[in-house]
Write a protein that binds this ligand. Structure first.
Ligand code: MRU
Length: 353
């Protein structure tokens, strides 16, 4: 975790402060979020992003809704939760955290409970989830580094990653980028190749910002350079995050992840997915049912509000893709690692506490 990167989510004085990730790395500006509508729009508009942070924002978003109420109505609370779930479709952490809070509140409170008590409970829960994820992210990083050490010994490694999965995406160490930070702290990182991650540039704007703050050597590469990088730069392993992992290990992540996995398979480079259990969706048998967010075509047709495509140009902008589990060397979560994931082997995560 880099203490030099501002926290993406802060709950303070009964409002939520979000680091506006749309402005990074040029400006570090916190936005005050005071209502559930503002929380919803901040997720939709990617002020806050990354599967775990989207989930944490939703918990505090529910708290903001409770703050606006005079009394507690379980039915109205459910409606607010349904509204918030609609902010973005692919990262299951959003639905997971909302469902988890709903069920915890349902078990503990009734229509005669005070709104104040429910509000305090939800805020405390949000704080606890962020605190717990520090421990969980560290466990994942340790598991990943152990796997690398088993394969390569103690030498410094050349690693590659896609999108942004660090402090900015998780509020704590990070998942795939957390592995890189953890390995760097142990002097095990020689070089990182960070995909720029078109079209939203999470790699060149956010991952590079985090790597730079931590003093980790890196090069940004375009996704189209995957074959060159993997055949010329002695990459030891690739680490990516996940927005939703199906029961058979198929993994939805930032668009371009599947392409990278296909190229990695061609060159025999280990390809790992690192994600908390809140990113697993065991109700989804395989990746074919995962809803892929289609974002606005302007993200492709323009750059920084400057049109780069011809006036009549149109674009298709899927924001995620699904990497088949057959291309994944291992899936790592806080309870361990499953190599060569498939439905049967993934059961170990299902049974985990
Ligand atoms: O659209 P984004 O920036 O929210 O997408 C983020 C990703 O795809 C990340 O790789 C994923 O959420 C994992 S974050 C630990």
């Amino acid at each position: 975790m880099s203490s030099k990167v501002p926290a993406p989510i802060v709950w303070k004085n009964n409002v939520m402060l979000l680091l506006d990730q749309r402005l990074l790395p040029v400006e570090e500006q916190m936005l005050t979020i005071s209502t559930i509508e503002e929380a919803h729009d901040a997720i939709r508009d990617m002020v806050v992003r990354g599967a775990p942070c989207i989930g944490f924002t939703a918990i505090y978003g529910l708290a903001l809704w409770l703050k606006s109420q005079r009394s507690y109505s379980p039915q109205e609370f459910k409606k607010a939760a349904t509204y918030l779930k609609g902010a973005r479709p692919t990262a299951v952490n959003l639905m997971f955290e909302i469902e988890r809070v709903l069920s915890a509140v349902e078990k503990r409170f009734t229509a005669s409970s005070t709104i104040h008590d429910v509000f305090n409970f939800v805020v405390t829960d949000g704080d606890a989830q962020i605190a717990a994820s520090i421990d969980n992210n560290t466990k994942m990083a340790a598991t990943a580094l152990a796997a690398l050490t088993e394969k390569y010994g103690e030498r410094p490694l050349t690693l590659m990653t896609h999108c942004n999965t660090g402090f900015l995406a998780c509020g704590t160490l990070g998942t795939a980028l957390g592995v890189i930070s953890y390995a760097h702290a142990r002097k095990r990182v020689a070089m990182v190749y960070a995909d720029e991650t078109r079209p939203y540039m999470q790699g060149s704007r956010l991952t590079a910002y985090e790597l730079g703050k931590e003093g980790i050597p890196y090069n940004i590469v375009v996704e189209g350079a995957a074959s060159y990088v993997l055949s010329h730069q002695n990459v030891d392993a690739i680490f990516v995050g996940a927005d939703r992992i199906a029961a058979n290990g198929d993994t939805a992540n930032k668009v371009g992840t599947a392409t990278l996995a296909i190229v990695a398979k061609h060159y025999g480079i280990p390809f790992y997915v690192v994600a908390p259990l809140s990113s697993f969706d065991f109700n989804m048998a395989d990746g074919s049912g995962i809803e892929i967010e289609l974002r606005h075509e302007d993200e492709i047709l323009s750059y920084k509000n400057h049109r780069v495509a011809p006036p009549e140009g149109r674009a298709l902008n899927p924001s995620f893709d699904v990497t088949p589990s057959s291309l994944i060397t291992g899936i790592i979560c806080e309870t361990g690692i499953v190599t060569k994931p498939n439905t049967e082997r993934m059961q170990i995560f299902k049974r985990a506490p």
